[in-house]
Design a protein around this ligand. Sequence first.
Ligand SMILES: [Zn+2]
Length: 174
Amino acid sequence: MHQKLPEKIHPLRHAQDGVKLVGNLQTHHMLRLGDALHNMKGSTASVDMIFDVDKDNIPYLQGKFTSLLTFICERCMHVMSLTITAECLLALIQNEHKIKALSEQYEPWLINSNEPIQLNSIVEDELILALPSVPKHDFNCLSMDAWHSEAGETKRTMNVTSPFAVLSALKLKD
Ligand SMILES: [Zn+2]
């Protein structure tokens, strides 16, 4: 079922032809996506795209993109992995005036030219839209963190001896 995905796609032509694209993409070169993540090493996205034309003669793309991505939890600041799934149903629109007439299930995708489009950039856009605004563990990670780092906590306190504390220690010696 998996195939080698094309680098570039022709959405309108694919819709007329009823093209299905299923496969995996490397995501490490998706720099805009990478900005939101801890790292992108070795990560891939699974791609599942169906291009078709509906009964009202609207060309559309139904897409599902899934990727296991690495974030920093904003609560405990530890690294965590999350599976991000982006699903979209886009009507391929060539004329802005047609957007208003679209049925509600669609999001408009305005296509201005017949130039092929980078598959990467669509997958990247959809994954970015699906990212959590505040990535964090789905359990109370802070209380676990306190357990694990108790020893570290003590060390840190000892290191931040203030100059005043040193002074008073000297005074005590006198
Ligand atoms: Zn956490």
